[in-house]
Design a protein around this ligand. Structure first.
Ligand SMILES: [Zn+2]
Ligand SMILES: [Zn+2]
Length: 384
C-alpha cells in the first residue's frame, strides 16, 4: 500500500512537472493565406539579452506564436557576459535554438540587429544566410552583403534617439534608394510610431511590430497582456514563404488590441473573424435580436458608419474576443418585412496604412419563426 502511495505521489509530480500550456491566439486565416503570428526582434545572452536562445523559443510556444527571429547585436555584449559567453559565431543564437524550435513547431528565422555607427534606429536583418559575413564596421557594406544574401532589412524602433517628430534622415534616403530598407518597425516594446506608418504608405515599406525583448518575456507582459507581434499572410508556414510575404508587404502590426495594415487584409481578417447569427424576428415589441460571433482573439470596436432608413441600429458595438455579443435592432414594419437589409460599420481598432477607414458591411436576414431558431436546428447525434 505504501509503495502504491509513493508511486502515485511520484507519478503525479513527474506528470505535472511536464505539463506546459500554450495560450493559443485565435486569428483566422484569410482567403489564400495562412495568418502567422510572428515576433521578429528579440535578444539573448549572445548580445545584451538575459536568456539562452532556447528560452526565446519556449516563450514563443507558450505565447501562441508561430514564427520568431532572434536578432542579437553583432558588436555588443554585456561586459560581464563577454568573459563567459565568448562565441564569435554570429549564427550561434540560431544554431542553439533550432533543435528546440523544430521540436515545438516554431519556425525560426536567422537574423541579427546591426547597430554599428548607426543613425537613429538600428537595422534588423532577417533571412540572412550567414550572419558572420555581416560584421563589417561600415553599415552600408554590412547591409549590402545582407542584401546579396537575399535578406529582408528593416529600420528598427525609428523613434530611438529622436523626439516625437520623427525624421527620415538623409542616410535613410540613401539606404532606401540602394534597396537596403524594405521594412520599418511601427511598434517596438510599448512604443508606437505613427509617422513610420506614414512612411510605410509613401515608400511601400513592410510594417512590423515586435517585442525587442531582452529579459524574460513575462517580466514585461503579464498574463493579461500580450507581447506585440506581426501577422504575416503567407502561402505556407515555411521560411521561404514567410520571406516572400515580407517582401510583398503582406503583414499587419498587432499591439494593444489594435491592428495596422493594408485595408484589404484587415477587412478580410474581420470578415473571417466575425459572423452574424440572425435570431427569429419577433415583431410584437419591434425588436430583433442579432448575435455577432467573434471567433478571433481580437476585441473589435464598431461604430455605425451610415444610418439605415427605417431601422434603429446601435451606434457603437463592442465584439469581445472569442464571444457572442447580443444586440437589439429595431426595424419598422417596412424593413421588417424585407427578406434582408444591410448596415455598414467602421472598425475603430483596425487602422489602414493609407489612413482610410476600415468599413465592414453586415447583412441581416429576416428569418422566420421561433421553430426556426438557429440554435434549434442542431440535433443530438444518434446513439448507436
Ligand atoms: Zn535596437
Ligand atoms: Zn533590439
Amino acid at each position: 500500500m505504501k509503495k502504491v502511495i509513493v508511486f502515485t505521489f511520484f507519478f503525479t509530480i513527474v506528470s505535472t512537472a511536464f505539463t506546459q500550456v500554450r495560450k493559443e491566439i485565435n486569428i483566422p486565416n484569410i482567403p489564400g493565406y495562412l495568418t502567422l503570428k510572428c515576433d521578429f526582434h528579440m535578444h539573448t545572452i549572445f548580445s545584451d539579452g538575459e536568456v539562452w536562445p532556447t528560452i526565446r523559443v519556449q516563450e514563443a510556444w507558450r505565447d501562441g506564436l508561430d514564427v520568431i527571429s532572434i536578432t542579437d547585436h553583432l558588436n555588443y555584449k554585456w561586459s560581464f557576459l563577454k568573459e563567459y559567453v565568448n562565441s564569435e559565431d554570429g549564427n550561434a543564437p540560431y544554431k542553439t535554438a533550432k533543435l528546440t524550435a523544430d521540436r515545438l513547431g516554431i519556425t525560426l528565422i536567422n537574423g541579427c540587429e546591426i547597430n554599428r555607427g548607426m543613425p537613429p534606429g538600428h537595422f534588423n536583418v532577417l533571412f540572412a544566410k550567414d550572419i558572420n559575413q555581416l560584421k563589417d564596421s561600415n553599415f552600408f557594406n554590412a547591409l549590402s552583403v545582407a542584401k546579396a544574401q537575399g535578406a529582408f532589412i528593416q529600420w528598427n524602433h525609428p523613434g530611438y534617439g529622436q523626439d516625437e517628430h520623427l525624421e527620415w534622415f538623409e542616410v535613410h534616403e540613401r539606404l532606401y534608394k540602394q534597396g537596403l530598407i524594405q521594412g520599418v518597425e511601427v511598434y517596438n516594446q510599448k512604443m508606437f510610431f505613427p509617422t513610420a506608418v506614414q512612411w510605410a504608405n509613401d515608400k511601400k515599406l513592410t510594417i512590423t511590430s515586435s517585442s525587442d525583448m531582452h529579459q524574460l518575456i513575462d517580466m514585461t507582459y503579464d498574463k493579461d497582456t500580450h507581447r506585440p507581434f506581426t501577422l504575416v499572410f503567407a502561402k505556407e508556414n515555411t521560411v521561404e514563404s514567410i520571406r516572400e510575404a515580407m517582401f510583398a508587404g503582406r503583414t499587419a502590426a498587432c499591439f494593444e488590441n489594435q491592428l495596422v495594415g493594408h485595408s484589404e487584409y484587415l477587412t478580410q481578417l474581420f470578415n473571417a473573424s466575425v459572423s452574424v447569427i440572425d435570431l427569429p424576428m419577433i415583431i410584437e415589441n419591434k425588436a430583433k435580436y442579432i448575435e455577432f460571433k467573434n471567433s478571433s482573439a481580437i476585441d473589435y470596436e464598431l461604430e455605425l458608419y451610415q444610418k439605415v432608413k427605417g431601422v434603429g441600429l446601435p451606434n457603437k458595438i463592442k465584439l469581445n474576443a472569442n464571444s457572442l455579443t447580443l444586440e437589439t435592432i429595431k426595424p419598422n414594419n417596412t424593413v421588417a418585412n424585407q427578406e434582408s437589409f444591410k448596415a455598414k460599420y467602421k472598425v475603430v481598432n483596425l487602422k489602414s496604412i493609407s489612413g482610410e477607414d476600415i468599413i465592414v458591411e453586415f447583412t441581416f436576414n429576416k428569418l422566420g419563426t421561433v421553430e426556426n431558431h438557429p440554435y434549434k436546428k442542431e440535433k443530438y447525434p444518434e446513439v448507436k
